[in-house]
Design a protein around this ligand. Structure first.
Ligand code: FE2
Ligand code: FE2
Length: 231
């Protein structure tokens, strides 16, 4: 190739490059012009921290605040079971302690499921103080009686949420809550079963040892079945 033809090829490449850069600059310019004339994006750029520029959330403020209250209840449940686990371990009931610890983990996943749901709906997560659980119980039967009445109260709260979602015609939240409805049926049934066995075999001596061993096995199953919640 002669020097002249090399020069011509270089010039052609240079022109193509210049044209390409011109085209990119043109596209960027028109995109910036579109952004500047769009009232939403222009507002965001001018005052990025102004809450008025938040995209509208997909669920109502009332629904979001009710779910936030339920997050608090789930966190209380986790705290409640953590307290019972500590009390059971102090009484040398290792299986019972493991069962309550597994329930603690399960309740944390419930709270995190709701936390994720609110964020996915572009709603605000508002975390309130969590009430202290009872400091002392009167033994294993008392622990499970308190657990059953607590779970019944949670079931009522979930049912109220479902009623509210239906009333608002909030289909997404209504569907989301169905998982919790099913979960509550299972939780109440499990605790009822444990209480039945405690009444049958007694909460002292051999009967207590047997139930504590059963709870150790059940704890492993609860921990294994706990749904993994990505936050
Ligand atoms: Fe729960
Ligand atoms: Fe629960």
């Amino acid at each position: 190739m002669t020097d002249l033809s090399v020069q011509r090829t270089d010039m052609r490449m240079g022109s193509l490059l210049a044209l390409g850069l011109l085209y990119i600059a043109f596209r960027l310019g028109s995109a910036a012009a579109r952004l500047a004339t769009n009232p939403y994006w222009a507002g965001c750029l001018a005052a990025p921290n102004n809450p008025a520029w938040r995209l509208p959330q997909m669920i109502s403020d009332d629904m979001a605040s009710r779910i936030n209250a339920q997050i608090n209840r789930e966190l209380f449940s986790a705290y409640f079971y953590l307290g019972l686990s500590a009390q059971a371990e102090s009484s040398n009931l290792k299986g019972t302690a493991a069962w309550f610890m597994a329930k603690h983990g399960e309740e944390m996943t419930h709270a995190l499921k709701m936390y994720r749901y609110l964020l996915d709906q572009d709603a605000i997560v508002a975390l309130d103080p969590v009430e202290a659980p009872p400091a002392k119980t009167a033994g294993i039967t008392d622990m499970f009686e308190r657990t059953l009445s607590h779970e019944r109260a949670v079931t009522q709260a979930i049912n109220d949420l479902v009623d509210h979602a239906a009333q608002e015609k909030d289909h997404a939240t209504h569907i989301f809550l169905q998982w919790f409805v099913t979960e509550q049926i299972e939780e109440e049934a499990t605790v009822n079963d444990i209480l039945g066995r405690l009444r049958l075999f007694g909460d002292q001596g051999q009967g207590l040892l047997m139930i504590d061993n059963e709870l150790a096995g059940a704890a492993k199953r609860v921990a294994a079945a706990a749904p993994a919640t990505e936050v």
